[in-house]
Design a binder for this molecule. Structure first.
Ligand code: EPU
Length: 425
């Protein structure tokens, strides 16, 4: 197992490029189950989670090949297999995205029930509700969701839950509905850029999806889909993480190959804490000279502030003058980073789904334990500015969603290296 060793105190400067979005690529790869024709996903990032999907798809009869240029070529060679096994699904919740396309195309599926995760319960009741509305019979047997559909027929449904829309739930229902008979309306559909991207990929495959990017998706079922070549959108969470890296180190970083329009809520909050932001068609520059000011953040479904940047932004707020309130409205328990940041001298108090962050003069480097992907990123960011050395253990979490993060940060001047962690977990 590896760890990242960071010597804090360098202001990051320069340009960094972000890859294509993990949360687009995963459902898009799952969508290749919907056709027997070859598909090509261009510039797919080399992430652990993508690797997991590339192990699940062959178990479902899909040949997958990674080309030297980074693209992934897929082709369905056998449509009999329908089981996504526990061993693979348990390592990545997004594996549940194969449920919709399996039932859409093969009319049956056996997918391990994903279970909870370190940041609390992660139900899939809305996925199941939407699929049932399309006529899918669903049951839970031996830890598996067992799905069968004689006929899939379009339906109108409301997919909102207590915390708003569901991202992968919308993806699953959308992928089943594209091959259903008739018209489907998904009300309260997720509007995240990654869902828009999946919808565009499906359209490139011959699907008829209208209302992309709005809370009402209208899907006119078609008989067949064909192959497609597609480049997913840039990763707005990776981009946001580098912008926060510039802000926290008092640096000046230009994030290239990103989409500023996907980052509006993040840009607005960076300005609120005292950063200067410039944007171009496909880049965002973040620079900070003065002190950081406290600011509140509230996570919300897109286009609100993303929960996937809450931990990183909290690391930033630990050094702001004043008191900031972080309100987590998507995952009320997504605060594992709080205790580790406290080991670095941060002053944070948790009250249910709120964290109250009182700015501190400086952070102090420490050995810390990463518990999930975005929490690990927050600890790395804190390490970049902390006095002395920070060791972030269990970095396999970070490798799930950031490609070569230490190389990209080192290119911006950070003193960071990857080492084997002899103490293991
Ligand atoms: N929810 C339900 N019922 C459901 C589904 C969701 O109540 O059937 C609740 C959840 O418990 C949560 C809220 O609805 O409170 C939103 O959950 P959502 O279903 O949107 O989350 P997800 O699809 O499981 C995706 C991303 C996450 C990201 C969330 C929120 C992928 C593969 N994962 O998860 O990304 O945090 O949307 O934006 O797209 C990450 O990349 O680090 C990550 C965790």
């Amino acid at each position: 197992m590896d760890k990242l060793v960071i010597e804090g105190g360098v202001s990051l400067r320069g340009d960094v490029r972000v890859g294509t979005a993990k949360n687009s690529v995963l459902p898009i790869l799952a969508a290749t189950l919907l056709t027997r024709e070859p598909c090509r996903i261009v510039d797919a990032p080399r992430l652990r989670d993508v690797g997991t999907m590339l192990r699940i798809l062959p178990a479902l009869g899909v040949e997958c090949e990674r080309d030297a240029d980074g693209s992934i070529a897929t082709r369905v060679v056998d449509e009999r297999a329908c089981e996504a096994p526990y061993e693979l699904v348990k390592t990545m919740r997004a594996s549940v995205c194969v449920l919709g396309p399996l039932v859409g195309r093969r009319r049956r599926a056996r997918v391990s029930f994903p279970g909870g995760c370190v940041f609390g319960p992660r139900p899939i009741d809305l996925h199941l509700k939407g699929l049932r509305a399309l006529g899918v019979e669903l049951d839970i047997e031996a830890g598996y969701i067992v799905a069968r559909a004689e006929n899939l027929r379009g339906a109108s449904m409301y997919l909102g839950g207590a915390f708003g829309p569901t991202v992968t739930g919308t993806a699953n229902v959308l992928m089943a509905a594209v091959l259903a008979d008739g018209v489907t309306h998904i009300h309260m559909a997720a509007c995240e850029p990654e869902i828009q991207d999946l919808a565009r990929f499906l359209v490139a495959m011959g699907a008829d999806v209208r209302g992309i990017g709005t809370p009402v998706l209208e899907i006119h079922g078609v008989a067949e889909l064909h192959g497609a070549t597609y480049r997913p959108v840039p990763d707005r969470i990776e981009a946001g993480t580098f912008l926060v890296a510039a802000a926290i180190t008092g640096g000046n970083v230009t994030v290239r190959d990103c989409r500023p329009e996907d980052l509006l809520a993040v840009i607005e909050r960076l300005e609120a804490v005292g950063c200067g932001i410039e944007t171009g068609a496909d880049w965002v520059r973040c620079a900070r000279r003065g002190r950081l000011r406290a600011a509140d953040i509230t996570t919300l479904p897109y286009p609100g502030f993303p929960t996937d940047l809450q931990a990183q932004f909290m690391a930033l707020l630990t050094l702001a003058d004043g008191v900031s309130v972080v309100t987590e409205k998507i995952y009320p328990e997504r605060f594992m980073h709080v205790a580790e940041l406290a080991r670095m001298r941060a002053r944070i108090r948790r009250e249910q789904h709120l964290a109250i962050v009182e700015g501190t003069e400086y952070l102090s480097g420490a050995p810390v334990l990463a518990s999930d992907l975005r929490a690990s990123a927050a600890l790395v960011l804190a390490g970049l500015v902390a006095e002395g050395e920070t060791q972030v253990r269990r970095v396999y979490h970070i490798d799930r969603g950031y490609e070569r993060i230490e190389e990209k940060l080192a290119h911006l001047g950070a003193r960071i290296r990857r080492e084997e962690d002899e103490e293991g977990a």
